[in-house]
Design a protein around this ligand. Structure first.
Ligand SMILES: *[C@@H]1O[C@H](CO)[C@@H](O)[C@H](O)[C@H]1NC(C)=O
Ligand SMILES: *[C@@H]1O[C@H](CO)[C@@H](O)[C@H](O)[C@H]1NC(C)=O
Ligand SMILES: *[C@@H]1O[C@H](CO)[C@@H](O)[C@H](O)[C@H]1NC(C)=O
Length: 603
């Protein structure tokens, strides 16, 4: 066999002047190895190195951050079908704000994307598995009532085509807000003002001359638009369009192959937040122009611009407050103060950049900008997209790191109080689990569903998606008096622990029972359906599952062994028949020397 191979390769690698056959062979192997090594190096450099560069290994990474529980560790429940993230909170004994966290995790490592509320320990409170994309889940006040609001729709080309939803305390959709005019609502902002109006962002494709950025004269641009809408009447109160003030070449976004089609317009402005202060001045963030612009609420004229090519401010802090790039979430924090989240990075281009939150003081008449505080992550996180900064009423600051699955609470002075990861930080730049924004707020949820319960073995597992007021669960056994109007007797009461509570079933429960949800005053606020203890097959479920796995494993192993045996057997037979034809009479002697015979055969 080896001879045949070598003769073939020597033919392939033959060159004149070489008489020494083994030498040729050796050289040939050397060349092949050399080419293969170069090939492997090129492949490694082209495909592996860019991926490796994206890792952010730090010496202080925990096992969680190194990913031993997965890119986005998640938890499943027995009484509830969806999975929710498992978070890691640091430092030990962290002083997190006790209120609820609102986010909308999504990405390849998220089993069930959608709007979500977690408690301060990272335990699930509410989630809704939405088939469309959900962004920007937060609590907002409208006419004195709190609503969970989020955007839902299709995400395409870096912006959204959808509407904003407002859910009341029972998680019933009370309002669906859409732009006025034939335009789709974009995912980036939905901000309810103190006057109960909504500020919304829109990406409107319009024909435009793109020659100033090297594009077509008759091209397409995504114009940055915001509207202020009266939620109750649907009346359009104000509209502002970016192209009246910002030409295409005010952008830092490369044109690439965009701008030739309506569905692939040049996203030159990328409006990602809009705010309004009590003087009626709007504040708009244009991510791709690296600028924050103040707009007169009466005339729509630009009052001033901070950052980007149209920057009017001198930077009193060494370029930190005017040199922000690809920023998000610009908000008023008083008449002369704003905050923003400076991504500093965009996509995978700027892998060494570090993102941070910034509180900026503006001397508007003098056009001077000064950094008051920056909010820096101890692991120097970089958010290649998304992110936000919320100032809590305690004065503390919450930063959501967007594309990096983390949110951090800082003191007013910028010290880290509580850092929460909902994905492994070594892999953050892969974006396997992200949330556009993360905010905190107070919330009372009283769902109009029944609590969920499932009996497993000798326990019942109870949960109630969205219920914030359950203090304890009361177990009630049927008294056996009659099936028509069943009566129940309380047999146990246990504190609610996290999202799902396991209650061991005491011996008093022999068949039917139910579980009541009890609030802090001891009132019943919910009841499960009637459940039944299945005495015949206690722990049966678990055993079945395990046995099922074992049976499958044994079956698969037997298959593998059989398959290997058949393959080897056939190979041996083929070897025999190759040499001597399919049918052959053998003497005892010949059979004994079979192996030797075959080796001697000419090839
Ligand atoms: C943008 O283009 C216009 C002409 O089309 C030019 O006058 C202006 O200087 C350019 N601005 C920048 C920032 O390049
Ligand atoms: C609310 O309305 C008052 C009165 O019209 C106005 O002065 C104020 O600027 C408005 N505030 C916002 C945030 O729209
Ligand atoms: C069950 O309750 C219904 C209505 O409350 C009543 O009409 C009926 O008589 C009761 N049946 C028994 C067996 O108590």
């Amino acid at each position: 066999m080896s001879l045949r191979t070598s003769s073939a390769s020597s033919r392939l690698c033959f060159w004149p002047g070489s008489r020494d056959r083994p030498n040729v062979l050796g050289r040939c192997r050397l060349i092949s190895t050399f080419i293969a090594t170069i090939g492997a190096c090129v492949l490694f450099y082209v495909f592996a190195v860019p991926q490796l560069e994206r890792f952010r290994f730090r010496s202080e990474l925990s096992w969680y951050d190194l990913g031993i529980y997965g890119f986005g560790p998640s938890q499943s429940y027995i009484s509830f079908d969806e999975e929710s993230p498992i978070v890691e909170i640091s430092p030990a004994g962290a002083k997190c704000d006790p209120r609820y966290t609102f986010l909308a995790p999504r990405g390849d490592s998220v089993a069930h994307p959608g709007p979500m509320i977690l408690d301060a320990r990272g335990e699930l409170v509410w989630m809704n598995y939405n088939w469309g994309t959900t962004q920007d889940c937060k609590v907002q006040r409208y006419k004195g009532q709190d609503y969970v609001t989020f955007w839902q729709g299709d995400e395409e080309d870096g912006h959204g085509r959808g509407s904003w939803y407002m859910l009341d305390s029972t998680y019933t959709t009370k309002y669906i807000v859409s732009p006025i005019g034939a335009m789709d609502g974009d995912l980036h902002d939905f901000h309810i003002t103190a006057n109960d109006t909504a500020l919304i962002t829109i990406y409107d494709p319009i024909p435009a001359d793109l020659t100033s950025v090297g594009g077509p004269e008759l091209g397409w641009l995504y114009e940055g638009v915001f509207q202020e809408i009266d939620i109750s009447t649907g009346e359009l109160l104000f509209e502002w369009r970016s192209t009246q003030f910002f030409p295409p070449n005010s952008s830092y976004e490369p044109l690439n192959d965009r701008g030739y089609e309506r569905t692939m317009g040049y996203d030159y402005f990328h409006m990602n937040s809009v705010d309004k202060d009590d003087q009626g001045r709007y504040l708009v963030s244009g991510r791709h122009t690296h600028s924050v612009t103040c707009i007169d609420g009466f005339t729509g004229g630009v009052l001033w611009t901070l950052g980007g090519k149209d920057n009017e401010f001198s930077d009193e802090s060494n370029g930190v407050v005017t040199g922000f790039e690809w920023q998000h979430d610009a908000r008023w924090r008083g008449p002369n103060r704003i905050t923003l989240f400076n991504n500093a990075a965009n996509g995978d281009y700027d892998l060494q950049k570090i993102s941070y939150g910034a509180l900026i003081e503006l001397d508007i008449p003098a056009r001077q900008a000064t950094l008051v505080t920056s909010y820096d992550h101890p692991q120097e996180l970089m958010a290649t997209s998304q992110g936000n900064l919320q100032v809590l009423d305690t004065g503390n600051v919450l930063v959501g790191w967007g594309h990096s699955a983390a949110y951090t609470e800082f003191s007013q002075e910028g010290d880290v109080l509580c850092d929460v990861h909902y994905g492994a930080s070594a892999y953050f730049s892969f974006g396997r689990i992200v949330s556009y924004r993360v905010t905190k707020g107070s919330w009372v949820g009283t769902p109009d569903t029944l609590p969920d319960a499932a009996v497993a073995g000798d326990s019942v597992f109870v949960s109630w998606n969205g219920a914030t007021e359950v203090e304890s669960w009361r177990l009630e056994a049927w008294d056996g008096a009659g099936l028509e109007n069943m009566t129940f007797i309380a047999v146990d009461q246990v504190d609610r622990i996290g999202f799902e509570t396991e209650i061991p079933l005491p011996p008093e429960i022999t068949s039917f029972f139910r579980v009541h949800a009890i609030n802090v005053d001891g009132d019943i606020i919910g009841a499960t359906e009637i459940l039944k203890r299945d005495t015949s097959s206690s722990r049966g479920n678990f055993l079945t599952v395990h046995w099922g796995v074992i049976v499958i494993a044994i079956f698969a192993s037997v298959c593998v062994v059989c398959g290997l045996y058949c393959a080897v057997n056939r190979q041996l037979r083929r070897r025999e028949s190759d040499g001597n034809g399919p049918y052959r009479l053998v003497t005892h002697k010949e059979e004994d020397e079979n192996d030797v015979e075959i080796d001697r055969l000419p090839i």
